[in-house]
Design a protein around this ligand. Structure first.
Ligand code: ADP
Ligand code: MG
Length: 692
């Protein structure tokens, strides 16, 4: 049967059950999947090294004749060794392979072969150590060309993968091109089928460049298209006009115990102007941890209430919802607004004693509540509003137009068939370039300034032999009634290079290091209830030291915590480390952040040093972008960021082109019906985002 894009991998010649399973683990089930598994890097094996020019420790690629090849058993280490003597017109060299005796069946004396690998000088003399080999034929796959290297896992070898991809490459021609022809022509892009062919086996550097260009364009185009479609959809909706009440806002602001920073004033102004329009706001409010986003949201919610509209503030966890509730009831006390809390475990209105959930929901539906605070899930699923005007999201970026529509639809009164405004808040510092690329549908407000008078968190990298000293320091802090966090990279113990796991470390701290202190443990595998309980105990101060994984990154506010200790700090990105650090220094107490590392890698040390020197999240995020690239920067959970496979954020030119192309396209036909393939691809992309 001829191969098609949908042919299952196990139907391929030479792919048995074992191999099929390994492919499946990489998510590769069909020919199409295989073709979409792009190389990570390439080896350029076009140039041939003459044998007499080979030097120790260099990577070489030779064309040679096999003069001799044989297996023998190593006397000391019961191992099969294959040795071969190879020569070209300039000289001869040995190649050595271990435990691959089958090679003598594949290569024979007199064969002409290409070999690629590293030259080493040791007890065997100067030789090639386990080089990739391939007999000369009309077309090479593994040598004598630009050779693709794939991110290999699941015990697949480079050769197996290349073999399989080479086998199905002719099928690439059948890949339909979903990008509209005129865009392809305008931006001088390869047809998709050709790009896929070239990305795997480019004949030359130009083909590789062209293929990359096209595939990067694909990625960025889909992201921009999604943003464009969202904007388009929103522009058709009508939002409540929330007019700005100058007097009331002024009165509220002057009732605060502090004055707003300029950045808070500026962002508040951007927001109140935006919600005064009848087009739904779709805005991201970015501000470092502790920069004072809550008050900015409060100003927007106050104005919504003033115009008779309800607001919903959604938090990722119950703990955070309670924190917001406590803060906002206090802030808004004089404004006579009713603020309700609704979580799995609590239902309250203002400072009253507990209501039942049913009561609170009824009050919300009747419009007796101005501001509802709860978890995302609860508000989305079980609450009906009277007339919802504004949705505020804390630390969640992805909130689709459909979700908002659904919320609005559940409203009871006519007025609320209006589409609510959206304000999404994040402490994850996202550089502007990144925001423009991936959040093209959101407008951006940035609080780039901290309230005055904050103490700088003293940050230090700690080498292994200072561990005891640091523990002593933590002990002293706790003796003063303070608390500490210890962050570990892993949940479960693993064999890899002594990286600390939460389970082991919590146990060790509890039994050996601080047997007299109260140690808590928090990680993602704990149940929701358990997590909430531990967070609550930490917040209430019944835990002295919380040993946790990256789960503490977002949100929790424990003012008495003064020490943040991070194990295996080199394993985290700067932006993430900065988030951890933001868990301390949340009061007037002097706080500390200790970065434990045993790395000697200069680049890693430089990276950690950036954190020691800079307290500015945006600056660090930019640096992270330089050091690690956007893919690694944040978990996609947090940002809703699609993982870029090919493109990077330094592809400014392509970012610009895709924005422009999408704009033109939507101008022609925003329904996409003109381009059914594109429409299908866009829907597929949307689904993939929700599955991540
Ligand atoms: P975040 O941006 O991390 O959500 P919050 O809104 O929780 O920050 O504010 C952090 C703390 O700073 C709160 O205790 C808040 O009352 C206080 N705060 C906010 N704005 C100011 C300001 N302009 N001056 C002084 N303190 C402020
Ligand atoms: Mg906050």
């Amino acid at each position: 049967m001829p191969l098609t894009l949908h042919t299952p991998i196990h139907d391929l010649h030479g792919v048995g059950e074992k191999l099929d399973k390994r492919f499946a683990k990489l998510g590769i089930r069909t020919v199409q999947d295989l073709l979409a598994f792009y190389p990570k890097r390439y080896d350029d094996f076009r140039a041939i090294t003459p044998i007499n020019q080979i030097t120790p420790d260099s990577r070489v690629h030779i064309r040679a004749r096999v003069d001799l090849i044989e297996n023998h058993r190593s006397p000391r280490r019961r191992m099969m060794i294959t040795e071969s003597l190879l020569s070209d017109e300039t000289g001869s060299i040995k190649a050595v392979w271990f435990n691959q005796p089958f090679i003598t069946k594949q290569l024979a004396r007199g064969d002409t072969v290409y070999l690629a690998g590293k030259a080493e000088l040791d007890e065997y003399g100067l030789h090639l150590s386990s080089p990739t080999y391939e007999k000369e034929k009309s077309q090479q796959t593994h040598t004598a060309r630009i050779v693709p290297l794939y991110a290999l896992t699941e015990n697949l070898t480079a050769k197996q993968l290349r073999y399989a991809i080479k086998l199905v490459l002719p099928v690439a021609k059948m890949i339909p091109d979903w990008l509209p022809e005129d865009i392809r022509v305008t931006y001088k892009l390869l047809p998709l089928a050709q790009a896929v062919e070239y990305i795997h086996f480019p004949a030359d550097g130009q083909q590789l460049l062209d293929a990359k260009q096209r595939l990067k364009f694909n990625e960025l185009f889909l992201i921009q298209l999604r943003a464009g479609l969202t904007r388009e959809q929103l522009s058709k909706e009508t939002a409540p006009v929330i007019t700005f009440n100058t007097d009331r806002t002024k009165r509220f602001v002057s009732s605060l115990t502090f004055t707003l920073t300029d950045a808070q004033k500026k962002t508040s102004w951007e927001i109140v102007q935006d919600i005064a329009k009848s087009r739904p706001m779709n805005r991201l409010l970015e501000g470092d941890v502790g920069s004072g986003k809550t008050i900015v949201a409060a100003i927007a919610m106050l104005n919504a209430a003033d115009c008779g509209y309800q607001s919903a503030l959604m938090s990722p966890t119950e703990i955070l919802a309670e924190q917001h509730f406590a803060t906002l009831t206090k802030l808004l006390r004089k404004e006579r607004l009713s603020v309700a809390l609704l979580t799995g475990g609590a239902a309250r209105v203002n400072t009253s004693v507990n209501h039942t959930k049913t009561q609170v929901k009824k009050m919300i539906a009747e419009g007796k509540i101005h501001i509802v605070i709860g978890t995302h899930a609860l508000i989305q699923e079980t609450v009906s509003f009277h007339n919802l005007g504004l949705v505020v999201l804390d630390e969640q970026h992805r909130f689709g137009v459909e979700q908002r529509k659904k919320l609005a639809k559940k409203s009871r009164s006519q007025a609320s068939q209006l589409f609510p405004h959206l304000l999404s808040m994040t402490a994850t510092p996202i550089p502007r370039s990144l925001a423009l690329t991936v959040y093209g549908d959101l407008d951006l407000s940035v609080i780039d300034q901290m309230p005055p008078g904050r103490k700088e968190i003293i940050t230090k990298t700690i080498v292994p032999h200072k561990r005891e000293e640091t523990y002593q320091f933590i002990r002293e802090e706790i003796a003063q009634g303070h608390q500490a966090f210890v962050i570990c990279p892993l949940i479960d113990p693993s064999d890899t290079l002594g990286v600390k796991s939460v389970k082991q470390e919590a146990e060790r701290l509890d039994t050996t290091v601080f047997p007299d202190l109260r140690i808590g443990m928090l990680h993602g595998k704990l149940g929701v209830k358990r997590k909430e309980l531990v967070m609550r105990q930490m917040a209430e101060g019944t835990i002295d030291i919380l040993c946790a994984t990256a789960v503490v990154e977002v949100g929790i506010d424990v003012p008495k915590a003064t020490v943040m200790m991070i194990e295996g700090a080199e394993r985290f990105g700067l932006a993430q480390l900065h988030q951890f650090r933001g868990r301390v220094g949340r009061s007037e107490r002097q706080s500390y952040c200790f970065l434990f590392t045993d790395t000697e890698n200069a680049k890693t040390i430089e990276r950690l040093h950036a954190l020691v020197q800079s307290k500015n999240g945006f600056e660090l995020a930019e640096k992270d972008l330089e050091f690690r690239g956007p893919g690694d920067m944040f978990g996609s959970r947090q940002t809703g960021l699609p993982q870029l496979k090919m493109a990077t954020l330094s592809d400014y030119q392509i970012i610009k082109q895709t924005r422009e192309a999408v704009k033109d396209l939507l101008h022609k036909d925003a329904t996409l019906s003109t381009w059914p393939l594109l429409k299908k691809r866009a829907e597929q992309f949307e689904r993939s985002l929700h599955l991540e």
